[in-house]
Design a protein. Structure first.
Length: 80
């Protein structure tokens, strides 16, 4: 059985890896902005609902990133 490293250098050149990294950064930025809106630091006190919607959008972006990861993992298992 061949030892498989957790991180492979060739993953950096994979287009799925790059897309996932962009989605992760987007998720983090949108989630922080949404939390700040929900807490009232951005846009005033009446932005609770808008902040919650922004956080939900961030979660949907994270779900898309997870789906890309799962589909890639599933494709790799089928090839082996």
């Amino acid at each position: 059985m061949e030892y498989r490293s957790h991180r492979h250098p060739e993953k950096i050149h994979d287009i799925n890896f790059k897309i996932r990294q962009v989605l992760n950064v987007l998720f983090m930025v949108i989630a922080i902005v949404g939390c700040l809106m929900y807490m009232g630091y951005i846009g005033g006190e009446e932005n609770e609902m808008r902040g919650a919607i922004v956080v939900i959008i961030a979660v949907l972006i994270k779900m898309a990133e997870c789906m890309i990861r799962l589909l890639k993992k599933n494709n790799n298992e089928e090839e082996e």
